[in-house]
Design a protein. Sequence first.
Length: 149
Amino acid sequence: MSTPPGGHAHRLPIYAECGGLLYCARSLHTSDGRVHDMAALLPLDVAFEPGLCHTGYRELRIAGDGILGDAGTALRGHEFHFARVLGGADAYSMHDVEGEPLGYEGWSTPTLLASLVHLHFGQDPNLARRFVDAARGGIERRRLQAASA
């Protein structure tokens, strides 16, 4: 269980930011046309697109209750990447700092949040606290499962 796939299988929380999302994807398509298998924790693929840089500060709203907050929680972060997620994104609604909608970003399950946006955890101490609480709950669930086996 020392790997993210092992932890995910045991419902331990995972926060995968930027490169973490790449790791959790099913595959990574590089600019030379090659496809690399990844951990496949998420049903999505990622492609690098040379010359297409996504950059800027972002205003986010959590779309559904999860490991960092409840639906509707406002967050701030930034993105700087050359990747495009191939498949659905539904973790956050995303706007630029002028309020222009940019669609949805990230992927979430009850125990996993993966996003290309780098969050600023200093914006709200409850972000880290919520993740730590989720980790404690996951460890306790795992302990109870082991005791009943």
